[in-house]
Design a protein around this ligand. Structure first.
Ligand SMILES: NC(=O)C1=CN([C@@H]2O[C@H](COP(=O)(O)OP(=O)(O)OC[C@H]3O[C@@H](n4cnc5c(N)ncnc54)[C@H](OP(=O)(O)O)[C@@H]3O)[C@@H](O)[C@H]2O)C=CC1
Ligand SMILES: N[C@@H](CCC(=O)OP(=O)(O)O)C(=O)O
Length: 437
């Protein structure tokens, strides 16, 4: 079969998948919060029952990835052992415990006697989420989708295919056992299906690509479906002249070493010249002991001879590599972040509140942090239960996307035969515009 007929065939079956998801999503949207919570508990139980199958599937993925020389941090992201799976299942139950995001009345306003306006939250419909080889993302995204009454079509990275299949099978079983339509959660496994998905603007309401800038741009350029981009994280830690130096070392260690492939890990450390000579040797001692390769600009390499040069400031290493630059001022640090950051998460270490306030006001990113690790940029850590990912676009939803980011709203207006003509012209009746709660 040639490439275009493979895509055509895939488009046909992907269309069927999307239509099934749409039908199921319509049913889910009508279900009560109690029903959706029951389904989420049923999903948690199904995942527990299928734990052995899931971890076996993951072992096969991991063995294939090892044979393929997958980089170590990416291997860590792919691995889903029993402990990680238990954590993911606990997260499922956390989502069930959250308030129902549907049917929330955001505006309740009397426009005039007998004419009442409400703005009420409702699901988006069907989400298409394309993400990296991180199986636990399946669990987080599917649970958030069910809780928010949305259907979801998932496409994980190719290295995680068997794990994703085992997880989705269990999730669909959980939905079935709870009496909900399992077609609400679907899985795609090939790039041809992804390509087909992008053309399904009749059935899919939002595409969420998690991946490189180039991939997110590719998706934006190839679909009429709205896109919520979750692109790369070129995150910085700026160590100000007034930083607590030991605290800054601890922050750098956490933000680089805990999970180097995460998009909220730092790629570059900026340090104020006034403290660079004292700070950098302390930093080097701790980070190098943790296996981090440091790279520096000329000033950094004068203080730490032997480092290789930082070739550019735009690389997301996703690995135990950190680029370091010495800067003359807070303003230069902010200018560097403006030039090279990806608007994801940026942090300052300082005891100077005025410097922190300037940094947080002037840096344009989804997260601006003071004296804490960039790794806090995460839906679970923000109290959202889980996350679909971290939106790097400027319009909301921005940063970790939880339930709030997966709903839209409707204006519901109820009158008693009211007409607009009453409120226009010379003898126009004035509106009351009285909020009712
Ligand atoms: N902001 C956020 O929340 C997140 C951002 N990221 C960012 O993603 C980036 C890279 O992640 P990485 O591991 O390399 O993931 P990739 O970009 O390689 O893959 C992500 C997904 O996109 C798919 N994909 C990539 N290119 C294409 C294409 N041309 N056509 C169709 N599908 C495609 C992959 O499918 P397949 O595997 O089948 O090729 C996979 O499902 C990093 O910059 C990271 O920071 C990652 C996770 C979350
Ligand atoms: N919020 C996540 C990181 C975001 C993310 O999805 O990371 P990854 O899939 O590893 O690129 C965390 O801190 O674990």
């Amino acid at each position: 079969m040639n490439v275009s007929s493979a895509v055509a065939q895939s488009a046909r079956s992907t269309t069927a998948i999307a239509q099934q998801a749409r039908q199921a999503a319509q049913e889910l949207a009508l279900s009560s919060g109690t029903d959706r919570n029951r389904a989420i508990e049923s999903i948690a139980q199904a995942l527990e029952s299928a734990a052995a199958d899931i971890t076996t599937a993951n072992q096969l993925d991991c063995e294939a990835a090892l044979a393929d020389n997958l980089a170590k941090p990416l291997y860590g992201r792919l691995k889903l052992d029993a402990v990680k799976l238990r954590g993911a299942i606990a997260g499922v139950r956390d989502v069930a415990a959250l308030a129902d995001p549907l049917g929330m009345v955001q505006i309740h306003r009397q426009l005039d006697d007998g004419l009442v306006l409400k703005r009420v939250t409702c699901p988006l419909g069907v989400l298409g989420v394309i993400f990296e080889s991180r199986p636990d993302a399946v669990v987080q995204i599917a649970t958030l989708a069910v809780k928010s009454g949305n259907g979801v079509i998932l496409k994980g990275g190719r290295e995680a295919t068997r794990s994703c299949q085992a997880l989705v099978q269990a999730i669909r079983q959980g939905l079935t056992q709870a009496g909900l339509n399992p077609e609400a959660v679907q899985l795609l496994t090939t790039r041809a299906e992804t390509q087909a998905l992008l053309s399904l603007d009749d059935d899919v309401n939002l595409i969420i690509p998690r991946g490189s800038n180039a991939f997110v741009r590719y998706v934006q350029d190839n679909t009429r479906i709205p896109v919520l981009g979750h692109a790369e994280g070129i995150c910085h830690l700026y160590v100000d002249r007034a930083a607590d130096l030991q605290q800054a070392v601890d922050l750098a260690l956490d933000a680089k070493v805990g999970y180097p492939s995460a998009c909220n890990a730092i790629e570059t450390l900026l340090v104020h010249r006034a403290i660079a000579a004292e700070f950098l040797p302390k930093l080097a001692q701790t980070l190098q002991a943790a296996g981090v390769e440091l790279r520096g600009d000329g000033d950094t390499r004068q203080i730490l001879p032997g480092l290789s040069p930082a070739a550019d400031w735009s690389t997301e290493y996703s690995d135990l590599i950190l680029a370091i630059r010495v800067v003359d001022s807070l303003e230069t640090a902010i200018a560097h972040i403006t030039a090279y950051g990806s608007r994801h998460t940026e942090a300052i270490a300082t005891t100077d509140d005025a410097a922190a306030a300037a940094f947080m006001a002037q840096v344009d990113a989804a997260g601006v942090f003071h004296n804490c690790s960039t790794r806090f940029a995460d839906g679970f850590r923000y109290g959202f239960g889980a996350e679909v990912g971290i939106s790097t676009q400027k319009l909301p939803p921005r940063g970790p996307v939880g339930l709030e980011g997966l709903v839209t709203y409707k204006y519901q207006l109820v009158g008693q035969g009211h007409v607009v003509a009453t409120y226009s012209g010379e003898s126009a009746r004035p509106f009351l515009h009285r909020d009712l709660h």
